[in-house]
Design a protein around this ligand. Structure first.
Ligand code: PLP
Length: 312
């Protein structure tokens, strides 16, 4: 991505996002989208969701995101009266009506409510919502250019035995408290360890470390990110060694390069850990190469699905 394009993406970070939501059979301004205080999604984080992005007027890997979403819905034993094609269509409409060429698009299924406020989750009517807002990133413009400052924090990531991390969820209190831990240490974002002391993930991103040109990303207790998968596929295509395995904090500190991956930002360089420079302290060469290829893959017909806007 060009610097001017990047700048455009990250401008106006504090404005309430203009966008379009789909709720109860209607498309409405995102500022009017609401859920009941009695929805178990709100009361118990009993929900699953997925986030896909639109770049230059086209979705990236939409079907992969819908697959992950539908797998989460099934694992939570929720019923969604919508087919894959209908979900795809609703998301397209949210983006088209919003007019955003670069968008952050969320699909959500909550347990919903029951007429009697029953404690039995089977009595609830599940609820689908979706929205499209301007594209947002884990890192702002400056951070993208000079690399994120990350802190390893004491808060332990929720164990996979308790909440399956492959099911995208709103159990974010460990990640949020991790963020406060990072701010207290002068960091900009947090990296959490798992109960065994290995590196896991951060608020909204997976992590990769580079050692002598070979990549390692944590294999357990993390969301199998679509951006993480894309990086692994890029590595396979480019003949770069990349494996999922255990990553200790000490190894991470010794890495030549570190980067985060997320739908919200793509390949995001990390240049300090706990205030110490990663490698030479500058954004790594391999990180930049993967970043370039990641954005170029947005033109690949295997992954790209164009949005038809009303004015087109
Ligand atoms: N890990 C967590 C906890 C996340 O919430 C996310 C995305 O929101 C990611 C990793 C990155 O996943 P993806 O690349 O699919 O956006």
């Amino acid at each position: 991505m060009q610097a001017s394009q990047l700048q455009n993406t990250y401008k106006d970070p504090h404005r309430y996002p203009h966008g379009v939501a789909f709720q109860d059979g209607q498309f409405i301004p995102v500022s009017e989208a609401k859920i009941s205080v009695l929805d178990y999604g709100f009361l118990h984080s009993d929900a699953t969701y997925d986030t896909v992005h639109v770049r230059d007027g086209a979705f990236f890997r939409l079907d992969d995101h819908i697959d992950r979403f539908l797998a989460g819905v099934a694992r939570l034993r929720m019923q969604l009266p919508l087919s894959r094609a209908e979900i795809r269509n609703l998301l397209h409409h949210c983006v088209a009506l919003s007019g955003h060429r670069h968008a952050y698009v969320e699909m959500i299924c909550t347990r919903g409510t029951s007429d009697t406020f029953s404690r039995d989750p089977r009595d609830a009517r599940n609820r689908f919502l979706a929205f499209a807002v301007p594209y947002g990133s884990v890192a702002n413009y400056d951070q993208m250019r000079r690399g994120l400052h990350v802190s390893l924090v004491d808060t332990v990531r929720i164990p996979p035995e308790s909440v399956d991390p492959s099911l995208k969820n709103y159990h974010w209190l460990d990640l949020i408290m991790g963020l406060y831990g990072a701010y207290d240490r002068g960091g900009e974002t947090a990296l959490l360890l798992d109960a065994q002391g290995s590196v896991s993930e951060g608020p909204g991103f997976n992590i990769f470390a580079v050692f002598n040109g070979a990549l390692v990303t944590p294999d357990k207790g993390v969301l199998p990110g679509i951006t993480r998968r894309t990086v692994m596929e890029i590595c396979a295509a480019e003949g770069i060694s990349c494996s999922a395995g255990s990553l200790s904090p000490d190894a991470l500190r010794q890495a030549d390069e570190v980067f985060a991956t997320s739908t919200a930002g793509g390949v995001i360089p990390v240049t300090t850990i706990d205030g110490h420079p990663v490698g030479n302290g500058r954004v790594g060469e391999l990180t930049m190469k993967l970043q370039d290829i990641y954005w170029s893959w947005h033109q690949d017909p295997r992954f790209k699905m164009s949005v038809t806007y009303p004015e087109d």
